[in-house]
Design a binder for this molecule. Sequence first.
Ligand SMILES: Cc1cc2nc3c(=O)[nH]c(=O)nc-3n(C[C@H](O)[C@H](O)[C@H](O)COP(=O)(O)OP(=O)(O)OC[C@H]3O[C@@H](n4cnc5c(N)ncnc54)[C@H](O)[C@@H]3O)c2cc1C
Length: 461
Amino acid sequence: MADIVERLIEVLGPGAVQSEDDISPDYTHDEGLRSEATFPLAVVRPATTAQVSEVLRLADGQRVPVVARGRGTGLSGGAVPVAGGLLVSFDRMTAILEIDLENSVATVQAGVTLEQLDQALAPVGLIYPVSPGESSASLGGNVSTNAGGMRAIRHGVTRHHVLGLEAVLAGGQVVRTGGKFVKSSSGLDLTQLIVGSEGTLALVTEVTVKLQPRLGHSATVLAPYPTLATVTAAVPRIMSSGVAPLILEYLDELTMTAITRSAGLALSIPDEVRDGAQAYLVVVLESTRADRLDEDVAGLAGLLGDLGALDVFVLPPAAGSALIAAREQAFYVSRSAGADDIVDAVVPRAAVPDYLAAVGDLAVEAGALIAGCGHVGDGNVHISIFQPDPEVRSRLLHAIMRTAHGMGGAVSGEHGIGTAKRAYFEELEDPAKLALMRRIKAAFDPHGILGPGRMLSDEAR
Ligand SMILES: Cc1cc2nc3c(=O)[nH]c(=O)nc-3n(C[C@H](O)[C@H](O)[C@H](O)COP(=O)(O)OP(=O)(O)OC[C@H]3O[C@@H](n4cnc5c(N)ncnc54)[C@H](O)[C@@H]3O)c2cc1C
């Protein structure tokens, strides 16, 4: 094993390999609430695709496990190293290779963060619209988890924007999939197979994404509702009204109070309205023209009122941005409040009222406190679970996932399976589909070195 570290130092240079006491604790975990910090044999920080290829050739030859890491903001344990394995960090692969204005695409190295890409796109009036709540996340990590976020309701998730990839297979072979074109009927779609594969099929080194025009006018509308059920029941009506929100989020009263308090944000909601509110809808609309936006906002405000809102507030621009920023911090607020786990199961949009009612009943039975917010328009709500007893919590999580699955949903809407949700995934997913996934995995990675124990257990493979 020491041999491989020496070889890696020869290939990448001493500054790009950390081993033993040199390993920074930052590399030992992701942001998952139940992730356990683990030190790998070595952290490897390649700067080029050729170096990634050489790392994988060496690792495959010696059957050393490899875990990929973008920026470690994942919530499912996917980027936590394996003891005795290599952690390949993409934090030195941060070049924006091309912004092609004619084709509205960008090609970046996998370690480029959402924030870096946004800073490069703003001056040319373009945007990469996928916005998972943590802008320090990398494009490679987004691709690997098929990240979603608040704007998925309008723009879709990562896979809807990825046109092509460069990826390195387990033995070191470099493949290019897709390209700058928006359609193809030419063989199996390997791009889409790698998107969402959580580092278990290949390591992504370059990503080509579609870009959109950056619209100049937006408005944030806040509507308090008397019950959670009225909020969730309103959502399908908003979606079918033609309003086309950029963001459509719900927050329960507990979460709204916690995030606004944490951000020091006063929204000037009269006490009598706040006292009667059990849940909130936050809707962001966007347009090319101010007059069209005003028209849409007026239509939306009328609709929200008809759907039972206690009041409707069109927030001043600064307050609107501050509320969205505070919502993005909901995970950290929940973690500091002592949340023991977080569920990101997804159900069909119209099933959200029944799903949340069932989750509420299950939480009461388990003696757990829950708080929720999230992408209600996508049927993907995030529920923080406060129940310190691991056995009780595990039973509750199983019951919640079973409920979501039974309603036609899935275990994870956007955070990925990783190690944290593997047991639920393997229990609930169709065995024929799991077996097919294992065969695909074996075709990409015959020796099983990539992302061991992520998504599927090693035994199951
Ligand atoms: C506050 C907060 C809010 C969040 N909100 C959202 C949200 O709204 N929506 C959402 O979808 N997610 C959200 N997330 C989760 C997280 O930001 C995303 O999962 C993101 O895609 C992870 O990117 P990363 O670069 O940090 O990846 P990492 O955490 O480093 O890795 C994630 C997975 O991808 C694999 N991987 C990383 N890079 C590569 C690569 N180059 N090649 C192959 N595999 C790779 C890793 O092995 C791991 O399995 C949130 C996280 C936080 C902390």
